[in-house]
Design a protein around this ligand. Structure first.
Ligand code: PAF
Length: 278
């Protein structure tokens, strides 16, 4: 089956006219540079939906002025090939001018307690940009299900909250983090890592493993768990290692099925995120 490329909103609307009332649309929103993590989202949608649409759009509004927007990895040919090989029905890949027709536009703010901590504290305005583009994609594509990786935990929780607060008729499906054989969580930004960086980066999943093992042994105190994790992260530029609930409020004691360990660190010049859902 050929994957249809929809480079404009007009093309997307024409495509939607070919779908019937019994269609279930699954959306996998991406910024391209697709890897196994994205493919696992596509697979999940293929199982649940009659039509899978992947959006590929490097969203300028979620990058800060000193971040990697211009050098963010882009390889449309490869992405299209992967979509085709994985049975994606359509790829929506609009231009910036299509998605942001007005310079001074209506904006959306994440909740204060969720959107301006951790990633939102370090990357000012990041989640405003994420919410803006995700809401636009939801309105344009009108998916029944939208698939997001658990790796970007804070993003996932904030998007779930947007769906709840704005009564959007969309089910958010969270999919597990995919890892390389050495344990590093897959990310489009991993290609920035040198061999030396990559070795160092493995301290991140190792720290989470130590925390997970301590929990299995019965440790519940977040301070002790964080201390155990930090020992593994020596010589790494740690941005944060925190344990919080699903509203991103810090916890003193972990709660099963209601807590998350968030970790962000800079390795070489690359910021990496990972987490552990407890
Ligand atoms: O996770 C991403 O790739 C992006 O933040 C998203 C959700 C596609 C919005 O640009």
């Amino acid at each position: 089956m050929k994957t249809l490329l929809l480079p404009t909103i007009k093309d997307l609307i024409s495509y939607q006219k070919t779908l019937n009332q019994n269609s279930y649309i699954g959306l996998v929103p991406t910024m391209g540079a697709l890897h196994e993590g994205h493919l696992s989202l596509i697979k999940a949608s293929k199982q649940k939906d009659t039509h899978t649409i992947v959006s590929i759009f490097v969203n300028p509004t979620q990058f800060g002025p000193n971040e990697d927007f211009s050098k963010y990895p882009r390889d449309m040919q490869k992405d299209l090939r992967l979509c085709e090989e994985n049975g994606v029905d359509a790829v929506f890949a609009p231009q910036v001018s299509d998605m942001y027709p007005n310079h001074d536009e209506i904006s959306l703010n994440p909740p204060k307690n969720m959107g301006y901590v951790y990633e939102g504290f370090i990357r000012e305005g990041h989640f405003n940009g994420v919410l803006a583009i995700v809401l636009k994609l939801f309105h344009l594509i009108k998916p029944h299900h939208a698939y997001f990786g658990q790796k970007d935990a804070q993003q996932l929780l904030i998007i779930k909250r947007m769906v709840q607060d704005l009564f959007l008729p969309i089910q958010i499906i969270a999919c597990p983090t995919q890892r390389d054989a050495d344990g590093l969580a897959m990310s489009s930004r991993n290609i920035y890592l040198s061999q030396e960086d990559r070795k160092n980066a493995l301290k991140i999943p190792n720290a989470l493993k130590i925390i997970s093992q301590a929990i299995e042994r019965g440790e519940t105190k977040c301070a002790s768990l964080i201390e155990a994790g930090k020992k593994v992260l020596e010589n790494i530029e740690l941005d944060y290692l925190a344990i919080c609930d699903y509203n991103l409020a810090p916890l003193e004691e972990i709660r099963k099925n209601a807590s998350i360990v968030l970790l962000a660190a800079k390795v070489g010049k690359t910021r990496l995120l990972d987490n552990l859902w407890i």
